[in-house]
Design a protein around this ligand. Sequence first.
Ligand SMILES: [Zn+2]
Ligand SMILES: [Zn+2]
Length: 260
Amino acid sequence: LADLTLRTVGTGTAFPDGVRTPTCNLIQYDGFSLVVDLGSGSLHKLARLGLDPRTISAVCITHAHFDHLTDLLPLLFALNVPGYERADDTPLTLVMSAETHRLLEGARAVFTDWLQPPPNKVREIVLQPGDSLELGPFSVETAFPHHTSSSLGYRFTLQAGRRPVLAIPGDSGPCDALSVLCRDADVAIMECSMPDSWPLPAHMTPGSLLDLAHAADIRHLLVTHRYPMVMGVDLPQLFEEAGRRMSLPDDMDEFTIPVH
Ligand SMILES: [Zn+2]
Ligand SMILES: [Zn+2]
C-alpha cells in the first residue's frame, strides 16, 4: 500500500506576518488530491508544489472566514481561463456548509459567471454537520466545531476502515465536536490562536489543546494557525512534559503517513 502524504501548505492566520500564509492543507493518496481550506496565497503555493489547479480533486472548506476560503474564488476564476479548462472527466468537488455556500453564491452575484465554471466541471456538495460522504478514497465525517455558524469540521478515514485517520476540524474553541472528530486520530491538525492568559471561547490555547490531545488520544498533533501573541509559548516543551506527540509545522512542510 502506498503512503499517504499530508502537506501543511499554509499555517498562518488572518493577521499577516510576512512569513506564513493563511490556512491550507493538502492530502494526497493514490492520485487523489484533497485540499482542506484555501486561505489567500494557497493557489500559488499549491502550484509551486506542482499541483495544477485543474488537477485538484476536491476542496473542503471548514468555515467562511477569509483566512480559510478566499482563494476559492481565484480557483473558480482560474478554471474559466480560456485554454486552461479542466480536462478531467471527473468534476472538481467542493464541500462546504450551507452558510459557506450562501457566501459563495453571494460572491457569484457580484462577480457573475466568472465564478461559475463550465457545466460538469465542478460539483458542489453542501453538508450539514453530522453528515458523512464518500470522497474519492476517503470516508468523510463532519461535526459542528464551536467557532462560527458556518463551521464544518472534518474527519477523513481511508475507505474500508483502513488507517490513517486524519482530523481537520478548522478553527474551534473547546467543544464535544472536537473530541468526536479527533478521537484516536493518527494525525489531527489543530489551531492554537491564543495564549492561556487570553482565552477566547471560539479558539484554542496551549492548555485546551493539551486537554484535547489527552481526551481524544490524538497520536500526532500538528499545531498551526498561531497568532503572534501565542508564538512565544514553548508548545513542544509543554507537550513533551505531558508525554504527547506534537509538531509545529511550517508552510509547505510534508508528512508521510503509512497506510495500514
Ligand atoms: Zn475562523
Ligand atoms: Zn482562522
